[in-house]
Design a protein around this ligand. Structure first.
Ligand code: AQP
Length: 325
């Protein structure tokens, strides 16, 4: 039997090349080898305020993005989190297993609450437990995510181990799959931060649906470091970030990238990077127009049915072990 993978993205803001290179690209790569479940995590989205109409639209848009990126509904199960009620139910159970101290250590909450925990929603604080539930419901072996989710994956393992210890073998302990290159694509404006959908500066991210002129302008305006060499260097994160994007989209090795730009200046480098990004995104941007609403709802309906079959079995087992049913 194939091993299982689970991953998801939030239908918030516009997806950017960080989401693509850090996560989606690997989802596509892994779907042949694994039994893959890819979820649109709309219950995570409401941990910060959302406009209901926009959220509904973004949820379907995100399904289109998964398909256009190459997630194949014949091979992978694509579904909306809120269509499978077991996610929220297991989250409640695991809230009673997780410890306040564990959640207080989560750096994403500190970042997203911007140091003002008292004003953040309880849901934002509890977000990691819902993510743990998403993963454990499917008896997941592997979770392909970007670097920012590593801490949440560690929590997933800890809660699964604790539950198994206290109530008997119930959950598979999942491993993270964090790509060696591209796990943390940085902001084009501030390389001390990751590229993020919620960044207020729209020039900090290249969105998957940006047109060629916008991509070129954003790359031209991207910050660089002092010095002129175009080389991978931890001390020069801005250039290293741009080179990483070039490496992943050109398919060259890091040595080939450095050799290619030897003796060239930032102007040439940025021009070629922009062309590479535009070409790389073109098939995706053309494909996204292909899926109509009827086709999408069919895919999502059958995805939810398949997901529910597995999720309900896991939840039944959990309730029986805890004396609830
Ligand atoms: N900058 C990044 N580089 C590589 N991978 C990234 N991911 C996010 N940012 C980067 C990965 O994308 C997947 C989906 O992310 P998400 O929708 O769950 O949102 P997020 O992790 O909270 O990322 P954002 O883009 O910063 O969104 P907002 O601003 O809404 O919080 C995940 O696997 C993530 O690791």
């Amino acid at each position: 039997m194939k091993k299982r993978i689970f991953s998801g993205a939030q239908p918030t803001g516009e997806l950017h090349i960080g989401n693509y290179l850090g996560a989606l690209k690997n989802w596509v790569k892994l779907q042949d080898e694994y039994d893959a479940f890819y979820c649109i995590v709309n219950l995570h989205a409401i941990t910060v305020p959302q406009d209901p109409k926009v959220l509904r639209k973004k949820t379907l848009d995100l399904a289109r993005i998964y398909l256009a990126a190459g997630v194949n509904p014949e091979k992978s199960t694509i579904f909306i989190q809120s269509d499978v009620a077991e996610h929220a139910e297991l989250a409640w159970v695991l809230n009673c297993v997780a410890r306040m101290g564990e959640l207080e250590r989560m750096t994403q909450f500190k970042d997203k609450s911007k140091g003002n925990a008292a004003r953040a929603s309880v849901g934002l604080f509890d977000y990691p437990v819902l993510m743990v539930s998403d993963i454990l419901l499917y008896q997941t072996d592997l979770v392909p995510v970007g670097q920012d989710q590593k801490q949440h994956l560690e929590l997933t393992r800890d809660l699964a181990e604790r539950f198994n210890r206290d109530f008997g073998e119930t959950f598979v302990i999942p491993d993270p799959y964090i790509p060696p290159v591209g796990a943390k694509i940085l902001s084009l404006k501030d390389p001390s931060k990751k590229m993020s959908k919620s960044d207020e500066n729209l020039n900090a991210s290249i969105f998957l649906l940006d047109d060629a002129d916008t991509i070129t302008r954003k790359i031209k305006k991207a910050v660089t470091d002092s010095g002129t060499d175009i080389k991978f260097d931890e001390e020069r994160p801005a250039v290293t970030n741009l080179l990483t994007i070039y490496q992943l989209m050109s398919g060259k090795t890091s040595e080939e990238c450095e050799a290619h730009f030897e003796g060239k200046g930032y102007g040439d480098f940025k021009r070629e990077l922009a062309e590479t990004v535009v070409e790389y995104m073109r098939p995706f941007q053309e494909k996204i127009k292909e899926y109509d609403d009827d086709e999408l709802s069919k895919i999502l309906k059958s995805g939810a049915e398949k997901a529910r079959e597995i999720a309900s079995k896991t939840l039944k087992d959990v309730y029986e072990k805890m004396g609830i049913k």
